[in-house]
Design a protein around this ligand. Structure first.
Ligand code: SF4
Ligand code: SF4
Length: 691
């Protein structure tokens, strides 16, 4: 009777304490701004099953992925045995479910198999972290506590699972000795391997071992339950809702700021619809200064982070030695929340007044917005979303953006391009080419099938102007019905948005849409993946409805239809490697179109070590093109060029103006201009067709 009362008291205390801890975390998450993520329930359920139950993202790294699956499945399955332990503990019975006969033997044998798998996997995990010192577990944010936290959990799991095996082995011997209370259920395949070591022990010692194993397991599990709300292991609960509430939009789409839209519309004399709750709304903060300015999903992300460091190990800024680590961004958000709710009382946090005291400017401005972190995260966390909100605060509220970015903003405002060129010069690239203007066609009653969006880089960057010219030659060769906006084209605003200047972005977006809608544009082709992404995924929120096509997709289609057929062997003896642009690949899932284009060109193709979703950024995105890189071991473009050089390729093929600049600079930096060239895929097609 007394053990039953002690057991029930432990159980109730553990459940109450757990409830209290979870309530604090739930309150912390709810201080975030509201965001509606309740749409598309079927898609959300499917995603949750795929990512959490089937662990689809874990297996991208097969060793740790498979080991994690063993721990995850093992932990769930073994804890079914907890049900029996609970009933036995409350009722004073022993092996209550043994009445199921052979089914019981099968169940317990299965539990034992998984218990052993968990033990082996945890020992390998411990060795990887502490003996082989896998780099991502030793970054600077992995201070003593996060490292100890991981070790505590892994060691606890080894002990908990061992306790089950020792308990079962002792139980089997006690049954054989027909000791009172030990019902006959036989032995189990794995724990029976321990019997030869225990058989010589006196009965009392075996009873002690069996009871110790039983109590150790249940107390261990209840203690574990109350430890995990303080640990990264809270992801065992939160991974499910966190993935369910993932953003379902394309990765490259950045969140809108409706409060800015209203101001921009007023500036542009457009109609503004009043919001019903406007009068009661609190003072609006643009971007995020502190955790309360982030969404509840951002805050839930921070409690779901497993601190695995997969994001950081793929982050181009971190790979090249910069301060930015996406894992640290997420851990900092959680530390700030924990400090505000008095659950983290570390002295060094006392003088920190906002998120900016946790995350330095150097970190947020080093991000290329490449989205490698989000794609890699096994529980769909988006560090970039926090970085972007902090950039927005720095630009719109604090006026603390790096000076070169401010210059870029001013150029867009004044010249319609991020550089200091006159808008009148936007068509200089087309000198001596017969390029139709949309205004001329429209005024003569024609509506061309495509608007060819030249982009700021296409209009003003000397190297990319050549690409645009070659692409236009292809359009002419194919007799495509197209036109350009000419001097009516202004920058898409993509770079302004990614650098935090949402006001400027929305102004550019609304002005461009007004012009394009005025010409009844239906289809846009562009060579710039950044503009492709923003037109396709972000402009529709401001009233556009265009079919947007990247030039790689257009060329792919022409090849498929047989309208482009390359037989010329101009590149026959050349080896070509392709650098995936982040805003075509990760942001929009388009990896195949440029490869199909290259495959249509007789030549040898070779992939870089990191390609497709694993490709590292060229280093130009997120506004980096317009500022000095943050301090680090090397520049990102050098890292990427070195990877291309490793392949032994003669040509780096690109499909983005920024990637082209970076790869060209990389080739120059490595003094490889003789051996290696950088071409856009449009140039490779045009040269092959002798245009
Ligand atoms: S978006 Fe890219 S650069 Fe930015 S934190 Fe993530 S991985 Fe790093
Ligand atoms: S954000 Fe995701 S990938 Fe990065 S450490 Fe946390 S769980 Fe791992």
């Amino acid at each position: 009777m007394i053990p039953n009362i002690i057991f029930i008291a432990f159980l109730l205390a553990a459940i109450l304490l757990f409830y209290k801890n979870v309530s604090v975390i739930s309150r912390n998450i709810k201080i975030g701004k509201d965001i509606n993520l309740s749409d598309n329930k079927i898609k959300r359920w499917k995603l949750m099953f795929k990512v959490t139950i089937f662990q689809s993202k874990m297996v991208s790294r097969p060793i740790s992925g498979i080991l994690h699956i063993f721990v995850y499945v093992g932990f769930i399955i073994v804890n079914f045995e907890m049900l029996e332990i609970l009933f036995d503990g409350i009722s004073g019975s022993h092996r209550l479910f043994s009445f199921t006969g052979p089914i019981y033997t099968i169940l317990i044998s299965t539990f034992e198999f998984f218990a052993l798998s968990v033990i082996i996997a945890c020992i390998i995990f411990l060795a990887r972290r502490n003996l082989f010192k896998v780099k991502r577990f030793w970054n600077k944010e992995m201070t003593l506590w996060p490292r100890s936290d991981a070790a505590i959990i892994l060691i606890t799991e080894v002990f908990l699972m061992s306790a089950i095996l020792i308990m079962n082995a002792s139980d089997s011997i006690l049954q054989e000795r027909a000791v009172d209370h030990y019902v006959k259920v036989g032995s189990f395949p794995l724990s029976s391997l321990l019997i030869p070591f225990l058989n010589g022990l006196p009965t009392n010692t075996l009873i002690f071992l069996e009871r110790f194993g039983w109590w150790f397991h249940i107390i261990g599990v209840l203690a574990f339950l109350n430890y995990i709300p303080y640990s990264k292991h809270f992801h065992v609960f939160l991974a499910f809702p966190n993935v369910y509430f993932s953003r379902l939009e394309p990765t490259g789409k950045m969140s809108n700021m409706p409060c800015i839209t209203k101001e921009v519309k007023l500036m542009l004399d457009q109609t503004v619809e009043s919001q019903p709750d406007e009068e009661n709304s609190e003072e609006v903060v643009f971007g995020a200064k502190d955790v309360k300015d982030l969404t509840w999903k951002n805050l839930m992300d921070s409690y779901t982070c497993t601190e695995c460091g997969r994001c950081t190990s793929r982050c181009p800024a971190n790979i090249t030695g910069k301060q930015l680590s996406p894992r640290k961004i997420i851990m900092d958000v959680r530390d700030r929340l924990e400090f505000l709710s008095n659950r983290n009382t570390r002295k060094n946090l006392i003088n920190k007044k906002s998120l900016f005291d946790f995350i330095q400017a150097e970190e947020i401005w080093a991000c290329t917005t490449c989205n490698a972190c989000a794609i890699e995260c096994p529980v769909n966390i988006e560090p970039l979303s926090v970085i972007l909100e902090m950039r927005r605060y720095a630009v719109l509220e604090d006026a603390s953006a790096p000076a070169p970015l401010n210059t870029m903003f001013t150029n867009i405002e004044n010249n319609g391009a991020p550089w200091q060129f006159s808008p009148e010069d936007r068509m200089l690239w087309a000198e001596d080419l017969d390029v139709p203007l949309l205004a001329d066609k429209f005024n003569s009653g024609e509506k061309p099938e495509y608007l060819f969006w030249v982009s700021s880089a296409g209009a003003f960057d000397d190297r990319y102007k050549k690409v645009i010219r070659e692409f236009v030659k292809i359009l002419t060769y194919l007799k495509v019905d197209y036109a350009v906006l000419g001097t009516e084209e202004i920058d898409s605003g993509d770079v302004a948005r990614r650098a935090g200047n949402e006001m400027l972005y929305q102004m550019q977006a609304m002005m461009n849409i007004e012009i394009m809608n005025g010409y009844e544009v239906k289809k846009i082709i562009t060579c710039d993946p950044h503009d492709y992404n923003t037109f396709k995924n972000e402009y529709p929120e401001f009233g556009s409805n265009y079919e947007v096509i990247h030039h790689s997709q257009f060329l792919q289609e022409m090849i498929r239809e047989g309208r482009i057929n390359i037989t010329n062997g101009g590149f026959k003896n050349k080896k070509i490697t392709f650098h995936d642009p982040c805003y075509l690949g990760r942001a929009n899932g388009e990896y195949q179109a440029p490869r199909d284009v290259l495959n249509a060109i007789p030549s040898e193709k070779v992939e870089m070590k990191r390609h497709k979703s694993f490709a590292i950024c060229c280093g130009a995105g997120g506004g980096q093109m317009f500022k000095e890189a943050e301090k680090g071991d090397k520049e990102i473009f050098i890292e990427r060029t070195e990877e291309a050089i490793e392949t032994g390729a003669d040509i780096i093929a690109t499909a983005c103006p920024f990637c082209m600049t970076m790869m060209t600079d990389g080739i120059k930096y490595k003094n490889k201009e003789e051996e290696m060239k950088n071409y856009d895929i449009a140039e490779l097609v045009s040269i092959s067709l002798n245009l």
